[in-house]
Design a protein around this ligand. Structure first.
Ligand code: PBG
Length: 334
């Protein structure tokens, strides 16, 4: 009798899914607190932290709340912090970015002094928080972002951030040649040990929306002349390879969840660590849906970070870093 249609299967992948212990022992992707970086916003002139409405649970820090949050971050044993400054005054050149007394450089000094021994202090190297027009660079007389004039400002920023004690400079402006230019100036001025994290494949994404509120950005227009077209996969890899050739120490893909294919490509090709940025809009989408009772918040967060890690991120910048570190410590998984 031919009973092949009902004969029992020999190959049974479900065997390894039967118990929690089996699933844990055979898991392909594991999360580590050291692989998480917490982005933090420090705003000039605040006496109390100010909530960011589109990012429930995230604030613009005052100096005092920043110090407390740094201590909490150090205790959580995450890998590091990425600092963003929100200045009181902005101008066309983003002067606050290179002022040693500017909000970001001051915050960096504080972080380096308070947690620099246990966590990696990193800084956003970009002009958009500091310019009155909100672009990531300086503008020419036709109102376009001038690549090479911007590189000069990035070099000045790199020196200011290195002097303030930043260990990794996060080049997020998407100017051509930004890695080579900042590397050269750092080396010339005695900072060969300061590392460069290139936001190599940074896409022109709607998912940065809440970040604009987080840094009170006044952006006029859009960033499509320097950030990548969301449809371009090959170009994301190309940008990462260019940055590696310019001596980037780490390359990044951003946003994360909508660009897992790019992340996977870059991870397969990169000789240096590959990081991902789970951006403000990714945070806001999950928080908003969860607040409405539409998804299970904790599971959605764990699933998102697991997917980003599975796709190839060695480290992820995420606003949930502290909470995730606690969950990882408890052994929770997606
Ligand atoms: C540029 C920068 C941005 C983000 C990080 N660095 C904004 C942008 O490029 O528009 C976005 C991060 C986020 O959305 O969480 N300084």
């Amino acid at each position: 009798m031919n009973n092949s249609a009902t004969s029992s299967p020999v190959v049974r992948p479900r065997r390894l899914r039967e118990t929690a212990a089996l699933r844990r022992a055979t898991a392909e992707t594991r999360l580590h607190a050291a692989d998480l970086v917490l982005p933090m916003f420090v705003r000039e002139g605040l006496s109390e932290p100010a909530p960011i409405l589109s990012m429930p649970g995230v604030v613009q820090h005052s100096t005092d709340s920043f110090r407390r949050a740094l201590a909490e971050a150090a205790e959580s044993s995450i890998g590091g912090v990425m600092l963003f400054g929100v200045p009181e005054h902005r101008d066309a050149l983003g002067s606050g970015a290179t002022d040693p007394q500017g909000v970001l450089n001051m915050a960096t000094e504080i972080a380096a002094a308070e947690i620099g021994d246990s966590l990696v202090v990193q800084t956003d190297l970009c002009l958009d928080e500091f310019t009155d027009h909100g672009h990531c660079g300086v503008l020419n007389d036709r109102g376009q972002v001038d690549n090479d004039a911007t590189l000069e400002r990035y070099c000045e920023m790199a020196l200011a951030q290195a002097a303030a004690g930043s260990r990794i400079l996060g080049l997020s402006g998407m100017m051509d040649g930004q890695v080579a230019a900042t590397r050269a100036v750092l080396d010339e001025h005695g900072y060969p040990d300061v590392a460069l994290l290139a936001y190599s494949a940074k896409y022109a994404s709607a998912l940065y929306g809440p970040f604009r509120e987080a840094v009170d950005s006044q952006l006029v227009g859009n960033r499509r002349s320097y950030q990548l077209d969301p449809g371009n996969r090959r170009e994301g890899l190309r940008e990462a390879l260019i940055d590696v050739s310019e001596a980037a120490d780490i390359v990044m893909v951003k946003p994360a969840l909508s660009y897992l294919d790019v992340l996977s490509d870059v991870a397969a090709a990169s000789p240096v660590p590959v990081w991902a940025y789970q951006v403000s809009g990714e945070y806001a989408m999950i928080e908003a849906a969860a607040a409405n009772g539409w998804i299970d918040r904790d599971r959605a967060i764990l699933e998102s970070i697991t997917s980003i890690t599975r796709a190839g991120a060695d480290t992820t910048l995420t606003y949930w870093a502290i909470e995730l570190a606690a969950w990882i410590h408890e052994g929770r998984t997606a």
